[in-house]
Ligand binder design. Structure first.
Ligand SMILES: [Zn+2]
Length: 478
C-alpha cells in the first residue's frame, strides 16, 4: 500500500465536487440529536465508508448526563385566521423548533407569538433553534413574515413524537498496525444547515476514503455523533480505551469562503496543534489560530479535564464566525467545492505530518558524518531540489538527539515537512539515524578520512544557494 507521503500529492479539486454532492444529498434531511434523521444520515454515510452504528437506549446514564428521549417529526404548520398555511415545516425543516412536543391548538396572535422565534437583526432568514431539555413547542420564521401576521385566531399543529427510543451514533474504524489511534469527530445533529455541519461530515468521509488505501501508522476512528450528548455518549462508552488516542480533530464549518482556522487543544502544544499550525504556515494559506476555550464544538467534551484528550478543532469561519451561521442562509450556496477541496488538501497534509512525525537519534553525532562517502551527497528526494534536500539532511542530523521531533525540525528549518521526512528516510537507510531507544555510537577514535565531495557542497551552501532564510530559522530555535 502507498505510504502516507502520497497524501501530499492528491489532487483534491475533483474531490471538492464529490464532497459538495454529499452535502447536497444530506441537506434536506431533518436531523436532531436523536431520531430517524440521524439514522438516515448515517445510512447515507455508510454507503460511502464502512460504518458501525451504536444505539443507546433512552435513560442510559452517560457520564453526568442521561440519554434523552427520541424525537421524530412528520410535519408542522401554522394556519392563519383565513385558513391558509402561513408557516409550513414542509417548506423548510428549520420552521419547527427542534424537539418540539406535539401540539394541535388554536390561539390568538399574541399567544402564538410567545411560541415564535425570529432574528430581528436579519429579518429575512429563519433562525435555527432547539429545546432539547425543556419540553415545549415552537416555530421559527422570518421576522418580516411574523410582522405581517394580522390579528386573529391561529391554528398551530406539530405532528411530532417524543418518547423512549435511542440515541444513535456511527463510527468508521480504519485499523492500523497497533493500538494508537487518531480520532476524527463531526456532529450530525443539525437539520438543513450546510456549512454547520454537513461540510464537516463530508470532509470526514472524504478523508476516510483517502486513508482507506494508505499504509497507516495509526488506527483512524471517525465518529459521527450528535453534538454534545453524542460526544459524551461516545466518551462514556469508550472511557477505558481513550488512552489509545494520540491525536484528534473535530471538523466543523469547513466549506465556506472564510479563511482556514484552528482551535488548539486545551494543552495548546500537542502534536496535533503543531502539525496543523505547521501546515498552515508551510502552505502560506491565510489562517487564524485560536487558543482553547470551553465553548464551541465537541472539542469541549474531549478536552474536559477528566479526559484531556489532544483534540483540536479544524474549521474555516467557525461557529458564529459567518453571517449565515445558525440560519436558513447557511444553505447550499455558501458551501462550495473549491473551499471543501482546500480544507481537504490541508487536512491530508496534516495527516501526512502525524503519520510521518518521529524523534530520532543521530548515530554519528561527533562532527558531521561524511555524506559523500555514504552516497548521500547529491541524493535527490522525490522532486525536491538537491540542495534543499541536502540541507534537510543536515538539519535532521543535527537535531536528531531523541528530543527534537521532525515537526520541530521542519518548523526551525523552514523546509517543508515532506522533505524533512524524506531526508530522515534516506538517513535511516544509511544507518545514520536510529529510533530514540537505540544506542548511539561512541565518539570515533580514528576517523577514516578520505577526500569527498562534501567540501563542494559546503562552498555552495555558504554562498547562499538555498532558499532558506537562516536568520529566521535560528530565531525560532533560540
Ligand atoms: Zn451549530
Amino acid at each position: 500500500m502507498a505510504k502516507a507521503n502520497v497524501l501530499n500529492d492528491i489532487d483534491t479539486g475533483p474531490l471538492g465536487e464529490r464532497m459538495k454532492a454529499l452535502v447536497a444529498e444530506l441537506y434536506p434531511i431533518c436531523r436532531s440529536i436523536t431520531g430517524d434523521g440521524v439514522r438516515e444520515t448515517l445510512h447515507r454515510i455508510g454507503e460511502r465508508i464502512p460504518l458501525s452504528i451504536t444505539e443507546i437506549p433512552t435513560g442510559t446514564p452517560l457520564l453526568d448526563w442521561t440519554a434523552p428521549k427520541e424525537w421524530n417529526i412528520r410535519g408542522g404548520y401554522i394556519e392563519g385566521p383565513d385558513g391558509t398555511r402561513v408557516v409550513d415545516f414542509a417548506d423548510h425543516n428549520l420552521h419547527v423548533l427542534g424537539y418540539s412536543v406535539p401540539v394541535d391548538t388554536t390561539l390568538p396572535l399574541e399567544e402564538l407569538k410567545q411560541h415564535c422565534y425570529t432574528r430581528p437583526e436579519d429579518p429575512e432568514t429563519i433562525p435555527y433553534r432547539t429545546s432539547y431539555y425543556k419540553e415545549q413547542w415552537g416555530f421559527c420564521l422570518a421576522h418580516n413574515v411574523l410582522e405581517r401576521f394580522p390579528e386573529g385566531i391561529y391554528r398551530a399543529v406539530i405532528d411530532s413524537e417524543l418518547k423512549d427510543g435511542a440515541l444513535t451514533y456511527g463510527e468508521c474504524v480504519l485499523p492500523g498496525p497497533g493500538d494508537e489511534e487518531v480520532l476524527i469527530s463531526a456532529h450530525v445533529c443539525h437539520p438543513s444547515l450546510a456549512n454547520d455541519n454537513l461540510s464537516g461530515i463530508a470532509l470526514a468521509v472524504a478523508l476516510a476514503e483517502q486513508l482507506r488505501d494508505i499504509d497507516r501508522r495509526y488506527t483512524y476512528r471517525f465518529v459521527f455523533a450528535p453534538g454534545t450528548i453524542g460526544a459524551i455518549a461516545w466518551l462514556a462508552k469508550n472511557r477505558d480505551r481513550v488512552d489509545r488516542l494520540r491525536h484528534g480533530l473535530v471538523l466543523a464549518c469547513v466549506g465556506d469562503a472564510g479563511e482556514l482556522s484552528y482551535k488548539r487543544t486545551r494543552e495548546g502544544y500537542a502534536a496535533i496543534d503543531r502539525a496543523v499550525e505547521l501546515i498552515f504556515e508551510e502552505t502560506g494559506a491565510p489562517h487564524a489560530v485560536l487558543g482553547f476555550s470551553p465553548y464551541g464544538y465537541d472539542e469541549r467534551q474531549y478536552n474536559s479535564p477528566g479526559f484531556k484528550l489532544p483534540v483540536g478543532c479544524f474549521m474555516r469561519s467557525g461557529p458564529g464566525g459567518y453571517a449565515e451561521y445558525h440560519s436558513s442562509n447557511d444553505n447550499l450556496d455558501i458551501v462550495q467545492p473549491e473551499y471543501l477541496a482546500d480544507s481537504l488538501e490541508k487536512l491530508l497534509r496534516v495527516v501526512a505530518v502525524l503519520e510521518g512525525n518521529a524523534a530520532y537519534v543521530n548515530t554519528a553525532p561527533y562532527g558531521e558524518p561524511q555524506l559523500g562517502r555514504r552516497g548521500l551527497y547529491g541524493a535527490v528526494g522525490g522532486q525536491t531540489d538537491t540542495k534543499i534536500f541536502e540541507l534537510a539532511m543536515l538539519w535532521v542530523l543535527n537535531y536528531s538527539d531523541g528530543e527534537h521531533d521532525l515537526i520541530t525540525i521542519a518548523e526551525g528549518s523552514g523546509i517543508p515537512f515532506a522533505v524533512i521526512r524524506e531526508a530522515a528516510d534516506k538517513l535511516l537507510e544509511a544507518g545514520l539515524l536510529a529510533g530514540d531507544d537505540q544506542e548511539v555510537a561512541a565518539a570515533p577514535v580514528a576517523a577514516d578520512v578520505e577526500g569527498g565531495d562534501d567540501a563542494d557542497f559546503w562552498d555552495e551552501f555558504i554562498e547562499g544557494s538555498t532558499e532558506v532564510d537562516e536568520e529566521d530559522v535560528f530565531k525560532d530555535f533560540a
